[in-house]
Unconditional design. Structure first.
Length: 608
């Protein structure tokens, strides 16, 4: 259980009433991304450690005096109190350190007698799902299932379309299979139709009322969960079971990404393609699974001697960076499942591997490798030596491929930057997959050799002139050095003779992000100045600086000094809040006069 402190007066009473317990306080803010990441982890720790420990949460924006009294300067900060006195603190989103500290003070000794590969409770929960996915692959090998799939696939027509020099081109056949599967065979479901009303009232279906366990009949076909809807037109209950049986899906021919990948894998196996299935955070046919909740597949192409990405929902072939660059997904774990092996293929679907590693906090790398190794040993225990050798050869080749992110880039392929096609706009927006976020190249700001020689880096931006100044170089355009921008534009008010950046008129929020990479250069200190953070009515502008697992908000005076930089520094500005007329104008950045010559943004870093 977690106790939330909602004012600056309650904490003393809580501490004095629990002197005999270990007290762990989470100082957080709603605008802090590492804080949001740690929130469910902190909750689970409170459910795990229920004796002799009290978990508290303090919102620094609500309890400013309390935060000041405890000298909280970075977020998240975790404070440890015993007998009413502070005994330790952790700054930053470090799950393992937090868990270890709790156990250390509960046990009176450091917690480190276990093997480094032994999974914690949270890690075991995370890894358990992989074991269940790996069992699914057997279903695609059944002869009856493949025969049923073949009876529905227009094989002769597809092969005729795929002829090259008198032979069937297997790559072209796969592409034609993708087109047929998407255009003619399978359908996408946002919300199911009401069986008792005409198709025209489909739009009257409300959002899913609930999710409940599948019925006995639904469970026969692999459904674990059923979505339950209510038709607003006739008040009927509409059930949408999430079937996992690929043969059943040959019958229903509808679903979302999981059903699409599931059925498509069976069709590919029927045509004798070797497959893996993948899921956001997990792969499969390889069926591929990603923990951010998407599923696609990979197929082994002998002519290419490599696994090839294939997404039936989007009818996309061999565009592995689609999700990161096109959809704007922040991938962390992408696992591929085949009939006789499981692989972590995250590195095929991501470009900035260092950033991905920062997001992989659900499980220590050594624990994940040990777990997958044991699963592979189990799957391959009865395989012929020839097959084992081939799998090992492919794996080593794959590892070499993962070392170079550039190998995943598909030059001049527009699909690499397209948003998601399937699903309604509302559904895609809720999942953050509508695209348009990262169609521009990510610009990472790195000090030049001249900066390093002078031991100082300085970048300025003037909103009136709309130009950056970096050393002797002047660059026009506010987007020029941004790592990311979402729904933001530069507004000139000729009547008021003012200029500023704000969110677009139709957007509820806007976002800017600059990313600075100081590499191996030792940074002595950094000073950031951000002017013109103007808020009107209930509009809000948040400017947050993050380095490593620590974030700090830039105060309203716009000045922030930092002396501990962990290689990279991210400055993120968010525009939000406000209703009524012109809400987009009520949160502004770099507000200044049109003829101003002073920099509105200035960052200076000194090197040792």
């Amino acid at each position: 259980m977690i106790v939330t402190i909602t004012d600056d007066y309650s904490l003393d009473d809580v501490i004095s009433g629990n002197h005999s317990s270990l007290i762990v306080i989470d100082f957080f803010a709603s605008w802090c991304a590492p804080c949001r990441m740690m929130a469910p982890i902190f909750q689970r720790l409170s459910e795990r450690f229920t004796r002799n420990v009290l978990f508290l949460k303090v919102d620094v924006d609500v309890c400013r005096q309390t935060s000041s009294m405890f000298r909280v300067q970075a977020l998240p900060t975790f404070l440890f109190l015993m007998n009413g006195r502070e005994v330790d603190r952790i700054c930053g989103a470090d799950l393992q350190a937090l868990e270890n500290k709790i156990m250390q003070y509960l046990n009176g000794a450091t917690n480190s007698t276990k093997s480094s590969t032994a999974a914690t409770l949270e890690e075991r929960r995370f890894l358990e799902r992989f074991a269940s996915y790996s069992k699914q692959m057997v279903a695609y090998e059944e002869e009856i299932a493949q025969t049923l799939a073949l009876s529905l696939i227009p094989t002769a027509k597809l092969e005729e379309q795929s002829m090259e020099n008198g032979e069937v081109d297997r790559i072209l056949l796969l592409k034609n299979l993708l087109k047929w599967f998407k255009a003619e065979f399978f359908s996408w479901i946002d919300e199911p139709k009401c069986d008792k009303c005409s198709a025209a009232v489909e739009v009257n279906l409300s959002i899913s009322v609930s999710k409940e366990a599948a019925s006995v009949e639904e469970a026969r076909f692999g459904a674990c969960v059923t979505e339950v809807y209510r038709c607003e037109s006739c008040s009927s209950t509409v059930r949408f079971p999430r079937f996992n049986d690929p043969v059943k899906l040959l019958e229903t021919r509808k679903g979302r990404c999981a059903e699409w990948a599931n059925c498509f894998v069976l069709c590919c196996r029927a045509l004798k393609y070797e497959t893996r299935q993948e899921v956001f955070s997990i792969l499969i046919l390889l069926l591929v699974l990603d923990v951010t909740d998407h599923v696609w597949c990979e197929l082994w192409m002998p002519d290419l001697d490599r696994w090839v990405h294939c997404d039936p929902c989007e009818a996309v072939y061999d565009v592995p960076l689609l999700y990161e660059r096109g959809w704007g997904k922040k991938l962390s774990y992408v696992i591929a499942f085949a009939i006789d092996h499981i692989r972590d293929v995250t590195w095929r679907y991501t470009f900035n591997h260092k950033e991905v590693l920062k997001r992989r906090t659900a499980c220590r790398e050594i624990v994940l490798r040990s777990f997958l190794s044991k699963l592979n040993e189990r799957h391959q225990s009865s395989l012929p030596e020839e097959r084992k050798s081939e799998l090992q050869r492919r794996y080593l080749k794959e590892l070499v491929e993962f070392l170079s992110p550039n190998l995943q880039v598909r030059e001049n392929n527009k699909k690499e930057h397209q948003g998601r096609i399937t699903g309604s706009e509302e559904w895609k927006k809720a999942r953050g997959e509508e695209g348009g976020v990262e169609t521009q190249p990510f610009f990472v700001i790195r000090p030049t050799e001249s900066d390093i020689d002078r031991k100082v880096f300085c970048l300025q931006y003037n909103c009136s002139k709309d130009e950056y100044k970096w050393g002797d170089k002047v660059t026009h355009g506010w987007k020029s050095f941004l790592y990311k921008h979402v729904d933001v534009f530069r507004k000139e008010e000729f009547d008021w003779k003012m200029v500023y950046l704000c969110r677009k008129e139709e957007a509820s929020t806007g976002e800017l992000c600059w990313l600075f990479d100081f590499g191996s250069n030792q940074v002595k200190d950094v000073e950031i100045s951000v002017k013109g953070m103007a808020e009107f009515h209930d509009g809000k502008v948040y400017a947050v600086v993050c380095s490593g697992n620590v974030c700090q908000i830039i105060p309203k005076d716009g000045i922030l000094k930092m002396d501990k930089i962990n290689g990279k520094l991210e400055l993120k500005v968010t525009f939000c809040g406000s209703d009524g007329d012109c809400p987009w104008q009520n949160a502004q950045l770099f507000r200044s006069e049109l003829n101003s010559s002073e920099p509105d943004f200035n960052i200076v870093a000194h090197f040792l």
